[in-house]
Design a protein around this ligand. Structure first.
Ligand code: 4NP
Length: 154
């Protein structure tokens, strides 16, 4: 079983959507995975995903209303095989937080998409509803590429 943690800033917009998109893809491919998400920030701990994120997930057939935001912990770097950041700032914060005995591999979600290495999934929090549709497209693209890699044994 491979354990994967998706990480953004607040854990109420991008990473719950990445978690949902990846779960959908992993089920389609029959991958044996544990999936979770977290934020590097603590402002929204305990809250459900942003209503706009819940709405875009629902439009795409996934219910994320039960998810609750939490902050990344040192234990996450030991428990998960892959810790996948949604943008470079969160990746830099994860590198700083990683304990010496952390075994997780760190990456950016879009690093897994050919030709999108280093690209961020932009923060939709201050955007219009359409920004969340774009977030869904980007996390789905990343989730598909990552799931394909894992299915191939990477
Ligand atoms: P997320 O979006 O990192 O995709 O969950 C954000 C949510 C909240 C804030 C920033 C980004 N905030 O500043 O409160």
């Amino acid at each position: 079983m491979t354990a994967i943690l998706f990480v953004c800033l607040g854990n109420i917009c991008r990473s719950p959507l990445a978690e949902a998109a990846f779960r959908k893809e992993a089920e389609r491919l029959g991958l044996d995975v544990e999936i979770d998400s977290a934020g590097t920030g603590d402002w929204h701990v305990g809250r459900a995903p942003d209503s706009r994120a819940q709405a875009v997930a629902a439009r795409n057939g996934v219910d994320i209303s039960h998810l609750r935001a939490r902050q990344v912990t040192e234990e996450d770097f030991r428990r998960f095989d892959h810790v996948v950041a949604l943008d470079a700032k969160n990746l830099a914060n994860l590198r700083a937080l990683r304990p010496a005995d952390g075994t997780a591999r760190l990456s950016l979600l879009l690093d897994h998409v050919p030709d999108r290495n280093g690209e961020a999934v932009a923060d939709p929090y201050h955007g219009e509803d359409a920004a969340f549709d774009m977030t869904w497209r980007h996390v789905t693209e990343g989730a598909r590429a990552l799931a394909r890699r894992l299915a191939e044994g990477a």
